[in-house]
Design a protein around this ligand. Structure first.
Ligand SMILES: NC(=O)N[C@@H](CC(=O)O)C(=O)O
Ligand SMILES: [Zn+2]
Ligand SMILES: [Zn+2]
Length: 423
């Protein structure tokens, strides 16, 4: 039995679309046509897309699925279903878990849950240091992760980071970094700018992030490692990355939709739905992130999907955990704020959400060509949708975007030829 997906549209270039019809068999795309001429045999399943956008499915290199240890917030099953609802068929999950997967055995235990429960491809990161504390390196040669990261925490000393990068370079794996110098934190919970003063809350300086990025870019140069930076949030960070790239250092970076769409002035009150790490920054930072995305300094969009329970998030900026969910709404929010407004083309958006997240890490790059794996996302660009927490497949609903009306919600996701989400 085959699956025929007809009457879609796909991007040719920029915002230019053309008709597309596809036939899928045994997990592969076996026919592609711009005419409605694909043969349908008895028993084939046919899905009529009525003009919706067909894209290679998305990849998110930064999610938190919380299993093992924090299953009340999310699990690999619920997180992967939520990702499928967002149009993703590949995600990379952060290792700030309990226990952290910092030995081959603990890593394999998470892999076993993924093998059993994940509805899409879930790649698990391993920590850089034991228990994500900044001293003892994990056994990088014997942990089967595609990359190492202490996300949630910065690596606090240059010496530890230097040794980690040296070893990662030796085993041919990237170092992925949450950059935060804790000696520059001073108890901050919100960007040190305008809003924290209005609300009387301790601020997080921009240099808390950018000084560690500058340090690490020099260390990456010295060690030759592929150094990838998580959730870049400040103007100075973008400048440091631009400079590093210009000097030929192997540095790559991601930005989260919330840092592109919002800034500190969007925070209405002491409500932790706006609390994430790094924080919503100033207007100049927001503009610099967009500029960095457009000029290629920032390679990709990653959601930093960080689920927390409503109870945990009810305690204001001082006492709630950092983080917001994002994987179910990232494409629609980006489409609504940047493509519909003419700032990004549809081609660029797909590039930053489906193509560069794969090419940067050496994963298979998805295409809509005959012979390719049938990993496909379909987005409805024409129907308005109000983001409703009741619709989430994630266990958690902590985001400031609930209630916002958007275009571009995912209508269908196909992973290895199987429908893993249908609206
Ligand atoms: N981004 C966040 O605010 N929180 C993340 C940790 C992280 O990504 O640093 C989390 O695990 O909740
Ligand atoms: Zn982080
Ligand atoms: Zn994170």
């Amino acid at each position: 039995m085959s699956l025929v997906v007809k009457n879609g549209k796909t991007v040719v270039e920029g915002n230019q679309l053309k008709a597309i019809n596809l036939k899928i068999e045994d997990g592969k795309i076996v026919a592609v046509s711009d005419q409605d001429d694909i043969e349908v045999a008895d028993g084939d399943q046919v899905i009529d897309l009525a003009g919706k956008l067909v894209s290679p499915s998305l990849t998110d290199v930064h999610v938190h699925f919380r299993e093992p240890g924090f299953e009340g917030k999310e699990t690999i099953l619920t997180g992967s279903k939520a990702a499928a609802r967002g149009g993703y068929t590949r995600v990379a999950a952060m290792p700030n878990l309990n226990p952290a997967p910092d030995t081959p055995e603990k890593f394999q235990a998470v892999q076993d849950i993924i093998d059993q429960d994940a509805v899409i491809e879930v790649l698990q990161y391993a920590p850089i240091t034991s228990e994500l504390k900044s001293d003892e390196l994990v056994d990088m040669a014997h942990i089967d992760a595609f990359a190492f990261t202490n996300d949630g925490f910065g690596v606090q000393t240059a010496g530890t980071m230097y040794l980690a990068m040296q070893e990662a370079a030796r085993v041919g794996k990237p170092i992925v970094a949450h950059t935060e110098d804790e000696s520059l934190l001073f108890g901050g919970v919100m960007h040190e700018g305008i809003k924290n003063k209005e609300l009387g809350l301790p601020g997080i300086l921009s240099v808390t992030e950018s000084s560690q990025i500058a340090r690490d870019i020099h260390l990456a140069e010295a060690t030759g490692v592929h150094y990838h930076i998580c959730h870049v949030s400040t103007e100075a960070s973008v400048a440091a990355i631009r400079d590093g790239k210009a000097r030929g250092i192997h540095v790559t970076a991601e930005v989260a939709p919330h840092h592109l769409i919002l800034n500190e002035l969007d925070i209405t009150n002491d409500d932790a739905k706006f609390k994430m790490n790094p924080p919503l920054r100033g207007e100049k930072d927001q503009a610099a992130l967009l500029e960095g995305l457009l000029d290629g300094t920032i390679d990709m969009i990653a959601t930093d999907h960080a689920p927390h329970t409503a109870e945990e998030k009810s305690k204001g900026f001082l006492h709630s955990p950092f983080g917001i969910v994002g994987i179910e709404t990232a494409f629609a929010l980006m489409y609504t704020h940047f493509v519909k407004t003419g700032i990004l083309t549809l081609e660029t958006l797909i590039e930053k959400m489906a193509i560069t997240p794969t090419s940067v890490f050496g994963f298979d790059t998805p295409t809509l060509a005959v012979g390719a794996d049938a990993n496909i996302a379909v987005f409805d660009l024409d129907t308005a949708y109000t983001i409703d927490p009741k619709d989430y497949l994630s266990k958690s609903t902590n985001t400031p975007f609930n209630g916002e009306t958007v275009y571009g919600m995912c209508a269908l996701t196909i992973y290895q030829g199987q429908v893993v989400y249908q609206a």
